[in-house]
Design a binder for this molecule. Structure first.
Ligand code: ADP
Ligand code: MG
Length: 254
């Protein structure tokens, strides 16, 4: 089986002056390529800590984390940034767009870190903007867009480096229910096409769209189950969520 993620006995301790917080106390799971996982759990259960580790934004105190064949738990900060830039896509609750940049420029941002901006990458960013339904908004700036449109830009940005998987942290947390459904339809579409998605959410209505739900409690896995009552969007909704009319140009070196 082609694994996107393999973690074993992952622990993360935060050492404070007065105490040590054991935010993750031995977490193990595999994520096969093409999976769609929702991570849930009460506040303080370790969701963000886990997502930060999966996203190579932080290092575990102990345990192993394999991303494909690479043992990222052993990597230094430079190697982790390289992995983030080349292999991961991030979607945050607050969109994290750069206000001075246009839609297309925002989508391109991850490529700056890899020195991969060229004519081809611009074509790719434009095609991704069109795919997420922003073909008429290429030169708009974030303040000229709705929340849902801004999150679409963020999703297009998360795809520009052709990532191993997409990590989303409460990606629909700031959106109304109609817009949330649009974003979830877009995620489903991406997953149907083979993209691996791992998202943190505290909303059952969001998690029920995932293929699998991992629940954390006090830094441990409480349950890890296949979503037998998974909600899926019908084809006509998916067709509106993303527009595949144009092929997305591949990334090229240099
Ligand atoms: P969740 O996202 O599920 O709410 P977190 O992963 O943010 O949980 O936090 C898990 C535990 O670790 C909590 O007790 C929290 O207070 C603690 N924690 C998180 N980040 C830090 C940090 N940077 N320093 C110290 N403690 C932290
Ligand atoms: Mg959190």
């Amino acid at each position: 089986m082609n694994l996107a993620v393999r973690i074993r006995n992952l622990e993360k301790h935060y050492v404070l002056k007065s105490e040590t917080v054991r935010a993750l106390r031995g977490v193990s799971f595999d994520v096969p390529a093409g999976d769609y996982v929702a991570i849930m759990g009460p506040s303080g259960s370790g969701k963000s800590t886990l997502l930060n580790l999966l996203g190579c934004l932080d290092k575990p105190t102990s345990g192993s984390y394999f991303l494909g064949d690479d043992d990222v738990a052993q990597m230094n900060d430079d190697q982790l940034s390289e992995i983030r830039a080349s292999r991961l896509g991030f979607v945050f609750q607050s969109y994290n767009l750069i206000q001075q940049l246009t839609v297309v420029e925002n989508i391109e941002v991850p490529l700056y870190y890899m020195d991969r901006i060229n004519a081809k990458s611009r074509q790719r960013s434009i095609a991704l903007a069109k795919m997420v339904g922003l073909g008429e908004r290429l030169d708009h700036r974030p303040t000229q867009l709705s929340g849902g449109q801004q999150q679409r830009v963020a999703i297009a940005r998360s795809l520009v480096n052709d990532p191993y998987f997409i990590l989303a942290d409460e990606a629909t947390g700031n959106l109304d229910s109609v817009t949330t459904a649009e974003i979830l339809a877009l995620f489903q579409k991406l997953n149907d096409e083979g993209r691996t998605i791992i998202m943190v959410t505290h909303e059952d209505e969001v998690a029920e769209h995932a293929k699998r739900v991992i629940r954390l409690r006090d830094g441990l896995i409480q349950s890890d189950v296949i979503n037998t009552h998974r909600k899926v969007f019908p084809p006509e909704v998916l067709a509106k969520a993303a527009n595949p009319s144009e092929p997305i140009p591949a990334l090229t070196a240099g």
